[in-house]
Design a protein. Structure first.
Length: 178
């Protein structure tokens, strides 16, 4: 029974030490690696749910955590994302009127679209203060670049179908890329 209690206390102590080593290492990496973050959050007010597809391409940065007596050290690798693709809208529903928000923007985002033939959509973009970053503009054609948004950490986007086709399978895909 004593060995069971001793083993349990040892496991708990190692878990607590590991937790604090992890927190210290994470804080140290955050302060050392102060490159721009590529995090973005998309919130939607209607289906389909926006998804993000990051494509990591940067090289790993090895770090060595502090040594604690009696505990083995572990090397941690952190990668940064240099290219981000955030899918804001991907829908087969037409007609639509869709609102979404992008928060915690850490740099310029280029908005791009892909459309099925004989379809079009309108888009309006607002900043956090309500000013229009892009007035209601209609786009058609197979694909293209809408605009590059920079200097803001938040934007609200409204997308409305203007014309629908007989085949609406994935008729509109709207992405934000960096």
């Amino acid at each position: 029974m004593k060995s069971f209690v001793t083993g349990l206390l040892t496991i708990i102590a190692l878990g607590i030490i590991g937790y604090f080593v992890f927190r210290f290492t994470t804080g140290l990496m955050s302060s050392i690696n102060s490159s721009p973050s590529s995090s973005a959050i998309a919130l939607a007010s209607a289906d389909p749910t926006p998804t993000s597809t990051p494509k990591p391409t940067a090289s790993p940065l090895p770090t060595t955590p502090p040594t604690v007596k009696g505990v083995s050290t572990v090397k941690t690798t952190t990668t940064t994302t240099s290219h981000l693709t955030l899918t804001l809208v991907k829908t087969s529903t037409c007609p639509i009127s869709y609102m979404t928000e992008v928060k915690d923007i850490k740099g310029p985002l280029t908005l791009k679209y892909k459309l099925e033939g004989n379809t079009s959509f309108g888009i309006t973009i607002w900043a956090k203060d309500g000013n229009e970053l892009l007035k209601n503009t209609t786009y058609s054609g197979n694909s293209g670049q809408i605009t590059t948004i920079s200097g803001v950490d938040y934007m609200k986007i409204r997308v409305e179908s203007k014309s629908c086709a007989g085949n609406n399978d994935n008729w509109l895909t709207l992405t934000a890329e960096r």
